[in-house]
Design a binder for this molecule. Structure first.
Ligand SMILES: NC(=O)c1ccc[n+]([C@@H]2O[C@H](COP(=O)([O-])OP(=O)(O)OC[C@H]3O[C@@H](n4cnc5c(N)ncnc54)[C@H](O)[C@@H]3O)[C@@H](O)[C@H]2O)c1
Length: 265
């Protein structure tokens, strides 16, 4: 097992499930000391790691709690090197006329204000300690164009993509990089209903049918991208949104080619 992140202090939100959990495991396996934050009480960390995991209950959309989780990382691990602002909620697929301003506010509080708070408090801690670091926010292909989530969800993820651009600019000269990952469909708690429905009908082949790889993604595939963006291998990547979707977003919705290698029209 490589120790790419040996001794690094890492904070991950939305850490108890799916992409966040896979991200925590990857960083800890590669030597990092991870503060794993989630709303829900999290399982006890497994001891056999190169690094360490400390689970913390906290709300990634609450400014005081975000400040407290950053302070915990700094106190416990002597600073903060990497933040993964990953916590998110889907908000369901209610239509335009069924949504209220309150629905939007509660979703934006987690999905967009959460990453803003992580950047604000995390970057401050990094700068105070004179430690250039990396921040990776989990956006989504839903933020690139409509159709992959509810209206508020898509708007929140489009906001995250813009947020990392603006934050990268405002942190000019700090050495702190801010990027986003845009997953396509991934098998996690958030998509459990969809996966369960397809599996229960014996129609797993429908999952990911719209992308050229014709499958859904695994949480570990997104975690590896997050780790790449946080690593020194991505030292010159800043303010970007890296899409990891099996090719889903490469095409407008034309008919699929009938034969391999053929154009689709
Ligand atoms: N699964 C997908 O297909 C997919 C695709 C694109 C983007 N994403 C994004 O990936 C991120 C992770 O989601 P996932 O798919 O792993 O879902 P998940 O439901 O498996 O995990 C999300 C975790 O975030 C936690 N969480 C929710 N609100 C929180 C809050 N306010 N504070 C702290 N923790 C909170 C939940 O308790 C849960 O453990 C989200 O931002 C989501 O929007 C997921």
């Amino acid at each position: 097992m490589s120790a790419r992140f040996r001794g690094k202090s890492v904070l991950v939100t939305g850490a108890a499930s799916g992409i966040g959990k896979a991200t925590v495991d990857l960083f800890a396996d590669e030597g990092a000391n991870v503060i794993a934050v989630d709303l829900t009480p999290t399982a006890k960390p497994e001891p056999a790691r190169v690094g360490s995991i400390m689970t913390v209950d906290g709300n990634a959309g609450d400014e005081r709690e975000v400040a407290a989780m950053v302070a915990t990382a700094v106190e416990r691990h002597g600073g903060l090197d990497i933040i993964c602002a990953n916590a998110g909620i889907s908000g369901g697929m209610a239509g335009l006329f069924e949504q209220s301003a309150e629905d939007w506010l509660s979703l934006l509080q987690v999905n967009l204000i959460g990453p803003f708070l992580a950047i604000k408090h995390g970057a401050k801690a990094m700068m105070d300690a004179g430690r250039p670091g990396a921040i990776v926010c989990t956006a989504s292909v839903a933020g690139l164009r409509a159709g992959a989530g509810g209206l508020a969800y898509s708007a929140s993820k489009a906001g995250v993509i813009n947020l990392v651009q603006g934050a990268a600019q405002q942190l000019t000269g700090s050495g702190i990089r801010v990027n986003a990952v845009c997953p396509g469909l991934v098998d996690t708690g958030m998509t459990q209903d969809l996966y369960t429905a397809a599996r229960s009908k014996g129609r797993e082949d429908l999952i990911g049918q719209l992308n050229p790889l014709k499958r859904g993604g695994e949480p570990a595939e997104i975690a590896r991208t997050i780790a790449f963006l946080a690593s020194d291998e991505a030292a010159y990547i800043n303010g970007q949104a890296l899409v990891v979707d099996g090719g889903l977003s490469t095409s407008l919705p034309f008919a699929k080619p009938r034969k391999l290698g053929q154009a689709s029209f």
